[in-house]
Design a binder for this molecule. Sequence first.
Ligand SMILES: [Zn+2]
Ligand SMILES: [Zn+2]
Length: 296
Amino acid sequence: MRQLAMKFGIHMPQKGGFAKNVERAARIGCRSVQIFAGNPTSWKSPLLNPEELKKRSEVLQENGISPLLVHAPYLVNLSAVKEEFYHKSRQLLRETVERAAYMEAPFVVLHMGSHRGMGFDEGLELFASTLKTESRHWPEKVQILLENTAGGGNSLGGSFASIGYVLKSLKNDLLLGVCLDTAHAWAAGYDFSTSEGFKELIEEIDLHIGLENIKALHVNDTGTPCGSHRDRHAHLGEGMIGEEGFTAFLRYPWPEDLPAILETPENGTDWDIVNLEKLRFYAGANGESLPNSREN
Ligand SMILES: [Zn+2]
Ligand SMILES: [Zn+2]
């Protein structure tokens, strides 16, 4: 069964130290994890030397966890109107990608930011051209995954068409992929709480993005109505997407080894165990896939 090969994991808290958190994640059955490489809401990255970062990749390897996903800080906005924020965003993303490379993380997950009034088309153009210019400074082994957002207001990346536009316009310049967030898709107006709705979602993604470009999943339930453009993650099955939606979503024949990360509230608590159990339950995983019988 292909769905058993998905690599379930959690977004790890920073508190408690990297090694301890990785060991715990492995213990509760994670096969991939996501982290912030610095402070997600600050322009300043804490000082971490390359040696320290390289050690992290060893810790991951020892615990059988791969891939590591690095989520870019929320402040990064490659289509910022204000010169100061635009330059700071480029710099911060550059540092994030460098850190990811030291940790041997193949993916950096990036939100597409906000056009702040310049208009969607101009915002997307600026976002794409900035990515192209910046990519010259990045280590080649790191791939940027564009994450779909809740949309609304000036925010970019709420529609799969807009993400598809960026992928197409850069297809000869750099290797991009997509990280699909269930709560954000819901907030942006894609109702997949039923299996029919899920089928439409998949068709829409395939049309604009191409399913082969989905490189990671963020599996979150949500406390806000479909199309509300508001983002409030909830524990699986306790929000509005619910059991039928997640069952359809997780039983879809996604590619082997696709990382599926929980960004549910209170990561780092017993809730992780509950949510991981639910992931396996919705995916139809049987006893074989339970934590102590992980592959490798
Ligand atoms: Zn995100
Ligand atoms: Zn997400």
